[in-house]
Write a protein that binds this ligand. Sequence first.
Ligand code: 5RP
Length: 262
Amino acid sequence: MTSDLSPIDKAKLAAASRAADLVEPGMKVGLGTGSTAAWLVHALGERVRDEGLRITAVPTSTRTAELARAAGIEVLGLDALRWLDLTIDGADEFDGQLNLIKGGGGALLHEKVVATASDRMVVIADASKQVETLGAFPLPVEVIPFGWQTTKTLVEEVLIGLDVLGRNAVLRMNGDAPFVTDEGNHILDLHLHRIGQPRQLSLVLNQIPGVVENGLFIDICDAVVIGYGDGRVELRDITAGTVEKARVALPERDNIFGDVSD
Ligand code: 5RP
């Protein structure tokens, strides 16, 4: 039952439920990765089942692809669809301009490609993800395995000249082994504490040989749906310049989305 959910999970569910209503019949939709995106997949699955909603979806990770198929959503690769109407995804942080840090779940590369290939990107998040300045959350950077230690040194060196408060880069682990992304790469988590100039940092990081992509999403996100534990949601659209406040009825049912995991 939703009463078993933590306030954060209820907030994620509320944001995901509101965002699921943005999806229209026939749309080509990018599906993000993470626990909030998992709620979205379930909410869309309900619409597919209950309303006969027909959509085609491009998942941003193998995990999301499995969830989407299980929810009865038609899944295709990005090359089959080429361009999408809408991508809905979670985020680790967002600021007032809707610049994002993403990649906490390790899917930043596919997430950035899919979001960029969409007419519109909407982030779904609980209110704790909103920040004044990006950087408290460690910035994920995807690097190729070959020479990753050299890449790490180069990353730490370029950070010296940039507007950040920390420079520690940590190889993400999965147990005793380095974490491996869907593209077979590794992730460096940069403990920067404060990112003064995210656009500049993103450009500089992507110039370093061995870096595939970084988790800063600049000028990609159009709107955010912020969820609260009591079911309130706020849809802030910076492209349209609108703010909509509403309340989502959180369903009271056994087993509701009980298998959602990050
Ligand atoms: C995965 C991501 C996620 O969107 C981000 O980590 C947020 O996850 P969650 O919704 O579980 O808090 O970027 O790569």
